[in-house]
Design a protein around this ligand. Structure first.
Ligand SMILES: *Cc1c(COP(=O)(O)O)cnc(C)c1O
Length: 381
């Protein structure tokens, strides 16, 4: 196996050198004025970038903790929650709600499709929901929900908190709380921000903060907004030790995102994704996500007949490229390829070249250079 491997799974994504360097820095005290300034700038920049008029949280933890944080701070035991599930990660909210004694109604889509805004509107009209959860990109399917159109629907339901799971989307797909009427958005450091795993980012607008205030004391401790708001306002205060090097790494990632611009970053992801998807289809793969709801951050690819999943992925690994397997009913039938964050054309050419070689070794001959050529042609447009 190659010593250098490219991790092309849907998170963690490749970490560029300038971000890695922040991870390797000499530690500072969390109260060190230099670190306090860095932490504050990350919080403020993220709030501004994503159009948040409330509070932005940068806390040690993963995307799953962010899911729990969103639910815990927006609902109380016995509340009704509408879960829009387009796959595995949508379903995770069902489990979370059950653990918390919430009543969850679920709108599910076939894998590869998404629940339509019209279906959501009809369901919301049935009774009063405390909150609705929508997964922006479900990593198990590669389908992207139209969170902007759903945000328009939400204007008719001002008592319902609109929670968006952006874990495989934020900083790849375009998102803005104000423009999209989102109340709570969250992600984790290791996806489209291209930082090592370990930080959660969560945005809560004023409406969400008012909901939190209305709940009084909540059962959760570590993920209680009330514990973190004083720290987010003034990071020289202590609640729980911040992940210092990860905060620095995030600061560098945010610098890169700001330099590129959130919209330009989405356009880059879009162009790259469509070129990758065209190239991959040319080799006989079928995209699980239907046309019209294909994510720009990852592709979930069903194998052409006769290609063995284990052999294909083992061959890729030998060549230094790691991809993820399919989940649930798609285990063994599909692989998942991340193409989000701080990757570039050269990375993608390498990935496609290795996939061409692997297919040839797995009994599915494809002409060398064809998919690479299609990709490069699309990118040159
Ligand atoms: C990865 C992911 C999660 C879970 O994040 P962890 O950091 O693994 O806890 C949640 N939702 C979506 C859409 C994801 O892609």
């Amino acid at each position: 196996m190659k010593e250098k491997t490219m991790v092309m799974i849907p998170g963690p994504t490749p970490v560029v050198r300038s971000i890695q360097n922040e991870m390797g820095r000499e530690i500072q005290a969390f109260g060190d004025p230099r670190f306090v300034k860095d932490y504050k700038s990350v919080i403020d920049d993220l709030g501004e970038l994503f159009g948040c008029n409330g509070k932005t949280f940068v806390v040690a933890g993963t995307g799953t903790l962010a899911m729990e944080m969103a639910i815990s701070n927006m609902t109380k035991r016995g509340d009704d929650v509408l879960i829009v599930s387009n796959g595995f990660f949508g379903d995770r909210f069902i489990d979370i709600c059950q653990h918390k004694g919430l009543h969850a109604d679920v709108l599910s889509a076939e894998w590869g499709q998404v629940v339509s805004p019209a279906e959501i509107e009809a369901k919301l009209s049935e009774k009063k929901y405390a909150a609705i959860t929508v997964t922006h990109v479900d990593t198990a399917t590669g389908a992207v929900a139209d969170i902007k159109a759903i945000g328009e629907v939400m204007k008719k339901f001002p008592e319902t908190i609109y929670i968006v799971d952006g874990v495989a989307a934020t900083a790849g797909e375009y998102e803005n709380l104000q423009e999209m009427n989102i109340d709570v958005l969250f992600t984790a450091s290791q996806k489209a921000f291209g930082v090592c795993p370990g930080l959660l980012l969560l945005w809560a607008n004023q409406k969400a903060m008012a909901r939190r205030a209305s709940l009084g004391v909540i059962p959760e401790y570590y993920c209680d907004f009330d514990k973190w708001v004083p720290i987010m306002d003034d990071p020289s205060k202590y609640f729980a030790t911040p992940a210092i090097n990860l905060v620095w790494a995030m600061k560098e990632s945010v610098r890169l995102v700001k330099e590129e611009g959130l919209k330009a970053r989405y356009e880059r992801h879009l162009k790259n994704a469509r070129a990758m998807q065209k190239a991959l289809e040319s080799m006989g793969f079928t995209l699980l996500a239907q046309e019209g709801c294909r994510a720009v951050t990852l592709s979930n690819l069903i194998y052409p007949a006769g290609v063995d999943d284990a052999k294909f992925r083992a061959t890729l690994l030998e060549e230094g490229i790691v991809v993820a397997g399919g989940l649930a009913a798609y285990a063994g039938k599909m692989f998942r390829l991340g193409h989000m964050g701080n990757i570039d054309i050269n990375d993608e050419v390498a990935v496609l070249g290795v996939i061409e070689r692997a297919l040839n070794q797995c009994g599915h001959p494809v002409p060398y250079g064809k998919a690479v050529g299609i990709y490069l042609e699309e990118m040159a447009k």
